[in-house]
Design a protein around this ligand. Structure first.
Ligand SMILES: Cc1cc2nc3c(=O)[nH]c(=O)nc-3n(C[C@H](O)[C@H](O)[C@H](O)COP(=O)(O)OP(=O)(O)OC[C@H]3O[C@@H](n4cnc5c(N)ncnc54)[C@H](O)[C@@H]3O)c2cc1C
Ligand code: SF4
Length: 505
């Protein structure tokens, strides 16, 4: 006989980590399945190749149509997901971004009003408290170097907020996992505390499909099937399944589970995988006379928000950062294309004198995750002229900043994204969205999506705080259980404690 849980959560990143942690703290019996390994601060060292192998998803690419240029798709594949290997910038969504959500999918709140900041503020507050979000005013030399460049162009540079505490020793190895636990990933802030409260965590578990059944009320999710680290298949039953495998994986899992067939080819399920947003980014490096040591800082302490909105250019610039040596050497470009031979060697010799700005550009969710007939994954990026123009403008501006700051030479990377969003959009209109305002599939009862896939339109800022706030909102909804899905255990656990005891400030 297979095991039974109240809730099975697939994927332990920004979304899945919060849902699993909060529901466990409220007394729910939760199974958290993660395909990647469970590594902790004791394992995290500044060893780029090893971290890339152990903690990162192998690099995937979306080919831009018609330009043919690749966008690199980067993400975490470990307990904590992207939050274990990210830079932990913590920003709330702007009201103007949320207006785009309503326009895209008709998303409203419980009172039928357009969904807005007020609908997320309590959840942001709760997540910020747990993560200990604070402002970073400790600007290193590399930020001081570029600051006059922003000033010369009439732009402001402001401190970022981040989920890093005062134990941050500014070592620069956030992308290999934080060795001090100063970086408040969902691993350390939600999952580890919940283990003590009974969370069942199974790393190395690759979920193959969500089990769908029709018990006379239409199709419902009833559990999942997964392979353990040794390749052994298992099935588990659950009252509710939350898929939080990330924007690139969640739609694949739903398609492979037969959501389209089970829903009779409904318009909503046909949208699974559509509207992929990239928040395309590029690192632009300037070479200065003096050492900048941009690899020995907390990577992002400052940002320039003057061009955040589409009407102002549609991009945000973060300062300052640089990739570790392998990433740096293998992605450098100039006007002639990838750097090679003597120019590449010269650039590497000067590693300590380069500093980088990260430009991130608003996009219009014109990509797609496609599962082909053979079951393989494909990623498409149909960027429109307006989106390409924004990318060009952001690139021009970022170069001008570095020039104005006195850079001797400028190099850059190709397009890359760490902020994919939007392949199972949340909305009121089933013809324009995959899940409803509570994250539940329009077609399959008891099936919820709890990650960045639900974001209807790409945010203009780093998305993880919003993904966590949405996940916290989902945890509230599941615990309140208006659909009676968890009816048996709800009565057994009535009056369970909220999550306050885990608050860190
Ligand atoms: C290098 C980098 C830097 C970043 N910096 C920032 C930043 O400073 N601020 C910010 O806000 N955001 C940042 N981000 C983005 C942020 O980390 C992501 O937006 C966020 O983690 C996405 O959350 P998610 O829950 O959607 O997916 P993820 O965090 O990607 O979690 C999904 C999890 O599901 C697992 N999974 C996938 N398929 C399966 C399966 N079949 N079975 C079981 N498990 C599965 C994956 O291994 C993964 O662990 C960064 C990301 C990267 C990669
Ligand atoms: S810079 Fe700070 S947050 Fe990043 S890995 Fe080092 S100690 Fe952790």
């Amino acid at each position: 006989m297979s095991e039974r849980f109240d809730v099975v959560v697939v994927g332990s990143g920004a979304g899945g980590g919060v849902v699993a942690g909060e529901l466990t703290e409220r007394g729910r019996r939760v199974l958290l399945l993660e395909v990647g390994p469970h590594r902790t601060a004791a394992d995290f060292t500044r060893w780029e190749a090893r971290a890339t192998h152990d903690l990162w998803w192998p690099v995937r690419m979306a080919m831009m149509v018609p330009a043919g240029e690749p966008i690199l798709l980067l993400g975490g594949r470990c307990v904590g997901g992207g939050t274990t290997i990210n830079t932990k910038v913590a920003l709330r969504a702007d009201e103007r971004d949320l207006r785009k959500w309503h326009a895209a999918t008709g998303l409203t709140n419980e009172r039928g009003e357009p969904f807005g900041q007020a609908d997320l503020s309590a959840h942001y507050e709760r997540v910020e408290r747990v993560l200990g979000v604070r402002e970073r005013r400790d600007w290193p030399r590399s930020v001081q170097t570029v600051a006059p460049g922003f000033q010369a162009l009439g732009a402001d540079l402001e401190p970022v907020r981040s989920y890093t505490d005062h134990n941050c020793m500014r070592c620069g190895s956030c992308l290999q996992g934080c060795p001090t636990n100063a970086g408040k990933s969902t691993l350390v802030s939600y999952i580890h505390p919940a283990l003590a409260s009974g969370l069942e965590l199974r790393p190395g578990s690759a979920v193959r499909r969500v089990l769908l059944e029709d018990r006379g009320r239409g199709p419902e999710a009833s559990g999942v099937e997964y392979l353990d680290a040794g390749g052994e298949p298992h099935t588990v039953q659950a009252d509710v399944v939350v898929v939080a495998a990330g924007t690139l994986n969640t739609p694949q899992l739903l398609v492979r589970s037969g959501i389209r067939e089970s829903s009779g080819g409904s318009p909503s399920s046909a949208l699974v995988g559509r509207h992929l947003g990239f928040h395309p980014a590029r690192l632009v490096y300037g070479l200065f006379d003096e050492p900048q040591d941009s690899h020995m800082v907390y990577p992002i302490t400052a940002h320039s928000m003057n061009h955040q909105h589409d009407e102002d250019g549609g991009f945000v610039i973060e300062a300052t950062t640089i990739m570790d040596p392998i990433g740096f050497a293998t992605t450098l470009q100039d006007e002639r294309g990838p750097l090679w031979g003597e120019p590449l060697v010269a650039a590497l010799r000067a590693f300590r004198r380069w500093t980088g700005l990260l430009m991130m550009v608003n996009d219009d969710n014109n990509g797609a995750v496609v599962v082909d007939d053979a079951g393989g994954e494909n990623f498409e990026a149909h960027l429109e002229p307006g989106e390409l123009a924004r990318i060009d403008q952001a690139f021009r501006f970022t170069r001008q900043v570095l020039e104005a700051a006195g850079a001797r030479r400028i190099l850059w990377t190709g397009l890359v994204t760490t902020h994919v969003q939007g392949t199972c959009r949340m909305g009121d209109d089933p013809a324009r969205s995959v899940v409803d305002r509570n994250g539940e599939s329009h077609d399959i009862k008891r099936l919820f999506v709890g990650d960045a896939s639900v974001i209807p339109r790409t945010l203009s800022v780093n998305p993880s705080l919003t993904i966590m706030a949405l996940a916290s909102r989902l945890a509230d909804h599941l615990h309140d259980d208006p659909g009676g899905y968890l009816a048996t255990s709800a009565s057994a656990r009535a009056g369970s404690a909220p999550v306050a005891h885990r608050d860190v400030v």
